[in-house]
Write a protein that binds this ligand. Structure first.
Ligand SMILES: Nc1nc2c(c(=O)[nH]1)N[C@H]1C(S)=C(S)[C@@H](COP(=O)(O)O)O[C@H]1N2
Ligand SMILES: [Mo]
Length: 416
């Protein structure tokens, strides 16, 4: 059976996409080994210590900023966020913890299993999911918990990401709730734990497992997704299935998802405890250099915004008004307002919000500003969500560099 032809039979994707999908499926073995040596002539240097990143094209990807090759950790160059509200699949950032990632997946034998505190264990092929369950779409930002960590001062441990460990996509899949209900949730169920096909290289390294509290696992918009921006997931973004948890940091968005286990207790596996925790207080922060006494699992993303069409250090013409464009997002209340300042936050003006693609999506915004010749400016944007939460004027600090949502500054000059 040529299984690739059944991949998208249930959701009406076009023939062009079907053809692309079969190419992807057929091409999996051609992925071979990921490039081990970063052979690259071009680089981007992020504005913090040890910020030089070679640009390398991995399978199904355009050249991205390489932080590590094994496992692959690739950052999206920031100008990509000005191309479109939805981050193209070939430019979407990549982050794996474990270097043992399968390079081929046979869809005829691939199954995702539901087990643990359920009435009956179930397992589904990709085609089963597409045929037996209602397809659901959600536009949502996938942001690494460590996004922008490189800007932490003092410096913190972990991958030194710039602002490009995030992306916005239209995800298609089935509701996790529908799968859990089909299996029948036991009355004592408390958490749901997710595992993917990737494995540690060393025995001592714990396998990557993440859990959601049952009430959140049952939320309407939590998906087991098989498509991203209308096409099969790129291999490096979790082909063939990944968990999508809109509004929550990407650490929960388990890729190459093949095992769903319902637990009757809290999950204290390494990746839930001690990893991925934040100080248990209102700001999720501590005095720089201090350790928190109590921690809780990281979950939702605070409101952020970025200017996307002006580079730091740019020289602009003052002859005509300058159009400044950007994006904003939060944990799913939606963006209410974005303000812009050209003088480092002394004066603020309301920007115009663009099309609304849903509460979990990037929200585009823009503003036209008149500049004087021969001046220096500090461009900033400040977003407020629909429950009145705003970005921080000054960055908070915690030992892992999580939760950054400070107002960012772009320095520009004008000619003349
Ligand atoms: N199976 C698996 N899923 C995973 C991870 C992983 O290491 N293994 N990393 C998580 C983290 S920390 C991030 S930031 C996102 C990255 O998603 P992306 O590579 O599609 O951008 O995947 C998440 N899902
Ligand atoms: Mo992450």
């Amino acid at each position: 059976m040529d299984h690739s032809h059944h991949l998208y039979s249930s959701d009406g994707l076009t023939r062009r996409r079907l053809l692309q999908t079969s190419l992807i499926v057929g091409g999996l073995s051609a992925l071979g080994n990921f490039p081990v040596q970063a052979e690259s002539s071009s680089n981007i240097t992020l504005p913090f210590g040890r910020g030089r990143r070679p640009l390398v094209a991995f399978p199904e990807k355009r050249p991205l900023m390489v932080m590590t090759t094994r496992p692959p950790q690739l950052e999206t160059p920031f100008p990509v966020f000005n191309e479109s509200v939805f981050t193209p699949n070939d430019a979407f950032f990549v982050r794996w913890h474990l270097a043992n990632i399968p390079t081929t997946i046979d869809l005829q034998t691939f199954r995702v299993t539901i087990r643990g505190r359920v009435k009956q264990n179930l397992s589904f092929s990709l085609t089963d999911l597409q045929k037996q369950f209602e397809p659901v779409e959600v536009a949502a930002v996938c942001q690494c918990a460590g996004n922008s960590r490189g800007f932490s001062e003092p410096r913190v441990v972990g991958g030194q990401w710039g602002h490009g460990a995030m992306g916005n996509a239209l995800w298609t899949g089935v509701r996790l709730r529908d799968l859990l209900e089909k299996a029948g949730i036991a009355p004592d169920a408390k958490h749901v734990r997710f595992d993917g096909l990737d494995r540690p290289v060393a025995n001592a390294t714990p396998d990557f497992l993440k859990s959601l509290p049952l009430d959140h696992a049952m939320a309407d918009h939590v998906l087991v997704a098989y498509a991203m921006n209308g096409e099969a997931l790129p291999f490096l973004n979790g082909f063939p299935l990944r968990l999508v948890v809109p509004g929550w940091y990407a650490s929960y968005w388990v890729k190459m998802l093949n095992d769903i286990e319902v637990l009757n207790q809290d999950d204290h596996n390494f990746w839930m405890d001690p990893a991925y925790r934040i100080p248990d207080n209102a700001c999720g922060c501590v005095e720089p250099g201090q350790k928190p006494t109590n921690t809780v699992p990281l979950s939702t993303m605070p409101v952020r915004s970025f200017i996307t069409n002006v580079d730091d250090g740019a020289t602009l013409s003052a002859d005509s008004p300058t159009l400044v464009k950007g994006i904003a997002f939060d944990q799913g209340y939606g963006i209410d307002q974005v303000f812009f300042s050209s003088d480092g936050g002394q004066h603020w003006e309301a920007a115009q919000l663009g099309k609304d693609y849903g509460d979990f999506s990037f929200r585009p915004w823009e503003i036209r500003v008149t500049l004087k010749p021969g001046q220096s400016y500090r461009f900033q944007s400040l977003a407020i969500n629909r429950i009145g939460e705003s970005q921080q004027l000054h960055a908070k600090w915690n030992p892992n560099g999580y939760l950054r949502n400070a107002v960012e500054t772009i320095h520009v000059r004008t000619q003349g």
